[in-house]
Design a protein around this ligand. Structure first.
Ligand code: CAA
Length: 290
């Protein structure tokens, strides 16, 4: 049984894991250009789906759309029924970047004083894993949002790019910093300096994309992957995400220390006892997220 709410440009929903493969069609039947919230109301193990829904502008990330995205992400992140989030767009566009018409007349003093786009980073503060399911154009701010997610999977025809250089600017939502970590300096320079797009296969080879699927199967596959993640012990999943993300910020020595401390802490959880007991008893674990 699903409840629903709506407002804005993002569609978001959640469903309990066992019916995951029905998720896209069930949820998307409700899409009409607004935010919609669907809750399973059941126990843990659900996947929360957010779909950017501003089709006429190819999901260009205007301020309102991004606010809706952050709001949806935070609500699903704090929902106990949800163990993993999926973010997707349409078949034509994950997102074609920040909204150029909204930005065009902005001035330096406005951009600097408001620290333009700094608040986009709120989306990286979610504690549960987020899978970006990318079909179509994934450009500029769109590619930056995909890189804010924890796993990127793509449809065969997805196109990634940082074309800001064509507009007389540079990436402003993390493109120069996250792309180099994802695909290395030469490819990051190539993409940011030429504005050329790269296809899903190239991005998989380069390391930004984890897996590629036929476009029509992509969201189903993302939900399946999310369901698998949501079936693990919640605390170990959250700590694992935290530890991997810490590696981007600190020295190897600090990162290893942080990882070890997280590992030690997990011995205080019921899920550690259950996981190891289940292995030795040759059965599936029954995690309680405690
Ligand atoms: N901002 C605002 N509107 C956009 C947009 C964007 N980033 N991208 C597409 N649109 C709008 C178009 O203006 C067009 O609107 P109208 O129908 O009202 O004219 C509509 O979406 C459809 O777009 P196109 O007609 O251009 O579609 P296409 O299939 O011919 O081309 C495209 C698709 C190659 C993605 C092309 O739209 C494009 O190049 N978009 C801009 C991509 C871009 O430069 N992104 C970077 C933005 S800056 C940024 O993101 C800064 C940052 O780092 C935070």
């Amino acid at each position: 049984m699903f409840g629903s709410e709506e407002s804005g440009n993002v569609v978001w929903g959640s469903m309990e894991g066992s019916a995951a493969h029905e998720f896209p069609s069930t949820i998307f039947a409700y899409v009409k250009g607004q935010v919609r919230i669907h809750r399973s109301g059941k126990t843990e193990g659900g996947v929360g789906l957010i779909r950017l829904n501003r089709p006429k502008a190819l999901n260009a990330l205007c301020d309102d759309l991004f606010k809706d995205l952050v709001h949806a992400g935070q609500a699903l992140d704090s929902d106990d029924d949800i163990g993993c989030l999926v973010l997707t767009g349409s078949t034509k566009a994950f997102a074609a970047g920040a909204d150029i018409s909204e930005m065009k007349d902005r001035t330096f003093d406005h951009a600097y004083k408001t620290n333009m786009f700094a608040w986009w980073g709120q989306f990286t503060k979610l504690s549960k894993p987020v899978i970006a399911a990318v079909n179509g154009f994934c450009l500029g701010g769109g590619c930056e949002v995909a890189m804010m997610c924890d796993i990127v999977i793509a449809g065969e025809k997805a196109r990634f790019g940082q074309p800001e250089i064509n507009l007389g600017v540079i990436p402003g939502g993390g493109g120069t910093q996250r792309l180099i970590r994802a695909i290395g300096k030469s490819k990051a320079m190539y993409m940011c300096l030429t504005g050329d797009m790269m296809g899903a296969e190239d991005m998989e080879r380069a390391g930004l994309v984890a897996k590629i699927f036929p476009p029509d199967d992509l969201v189903d596959e993302a939900v399946k992957m999310g369901t698998k993640i949501a079936s693990k012990g919640r605390i170990s999943v959250m700590m694992c995400k935290e530890a991997i993300n810490v590696s981007q910020e600190v020295s190897l020595e600090e990162g290893l220390r942080f990882e070890r401390r997280m590992f030690h802490a997990l011995f205080a959880t019921a899920d550690q006892k259950e996981g190891m007991e289940a292995f030795l008893e040759k059965r599936e674990p029954n995690f309680t997220h405690k």
